[in-house]
Design a protein around this ligand. Structure first.
Ligand code: PMP
Length: 287
């Protein structure tokens, strides 16, 4: 079934939606994005995603799309028009098309940003088999640029990382800089040792995950101990548990790192509990 997508003010069948070949996200990866999960037809953590979008735009000196204040309505309209029950809404803003290729940013008075949104249907998103078995990961060097806190569409290296994992018979990769784990290819990374949840502190080295913020808040509310600091790959391999968080995976247990089994090789109790709390609480506040 053809989706209805949103492009610069219009709702269109997906095969009629068009963006210029001169669009800067196409030529220069000059664009930012957000992915918001939909469960039972409702948006999860929408305010967090909107706030991070605003920050990404400001950090890159990119103007807000004209429809910025209507984004909640646009998300809801796409859910409605596509009968979306469980899945995601992808949103991308680029610096637009100046009608040619030039490294210099176009004059924002003349060139308006491009705004695109589309839905991805994933029936049973919250019941993924991976949540029951846990995932296996490999480690790879983190060779991305230094502003990983901005959610840009430069996803070639994370995409290559997923392929490296796949080739190794694994599900994903954790990236490592100077011996310390930064994050997963599309998620934040955590280990658990003696009941304590350890995850890298916020800086320009990682994306400030919206799911991360919510999960850490729920963990603290549940009296779990949380430590936000860097951890090494060696420490991770000796941890009792591992897990990742992201808007579309929620909380996903990690059971193996570079062939080393964590704990008994099954999803650990902390990851399982956090997944349950996160899904319960976010559904309650979904809009
Ligand atoms: N880190 C990276 C590199 C990501 O791509 C993502 C997912 N977009 C995350 C972390 C998790 O962020 P969020 O919880 O906001 O989806």
């Amino acid at each position: 079934m053809s989706r209805t997508v949103y492009v610069n003010g219009d709702y269109l069948p997906e095969d009629e939606a068009k963006v210029s070949i001169f669009d800067r996200s196409f030529l220069m990866a000059d664009g930012v994005y957000e992915v918001t999960s939909v469960l039972e037809g409702k948006l999860i953590d929408f305010d967090g995603h909107l706030a991070r979008l605003e920050r990404s735009l400001a950090e890159l000196d990119m103007q807000k799309p004209e429809a910025f204040d209507d984004l909640l309505d646009i998300h809801r309209e796409l859910v409605r028009r596509n009968d979306l029950v469980d899945g995601m809404i992808y949103l991308q803003v680029s610096r637009g098309s100046a009608g040619d290729r030039d490294f210099v940013f176009p004059d924002p008075d003349e060139v308006k940003p491009t705004l695109v949104l589309f839905t991805q249907s994933k029936p049973g998103l919250a019941d993924s088999p991976a949540a029951k078995t846990g995932i296996k990961i490999i480690s790879i060097e983190d060779i991305r640029w230094g502003r990983r806190d901005i959610k840009t569409v430069q996803l070639l290296y994370p995409s290559m990382g997923k392929m490296m994992a796949k080739k190794a018979g694994c599900d994903d990769a954790w990236m490592v800089k100077d011996g310390f784990v930064t994050e997963g290819t599309s998620n934040n990374a955590y280990i658990v040792k003696n009941g304590k949840i350890i995850t890298r502190h916020l800086s320009n080295d990682i994306l400030h995950g919206i799911t991360r913020a919510a999960v850490l808040r729920f963990a603290r509310e549940a009296q779990m101990e949380v430590e936000e600091r860097s951890f090494t790959l060696d420490e991770a391999k000796e941890a009792d548990e591992g897990f990742v968080t992201s808007a579309s995976a929620f909380v996903l247990p990690v059971v193996e790192i570079d062939g080393t089994t964590l704990g008994d090789g099954k999803p650990g109790p902390v990851a399982r509990r956090l997944r349950e709390i996160y899904l319960d609480e976010s559904l309650k506040s979904a809009i």
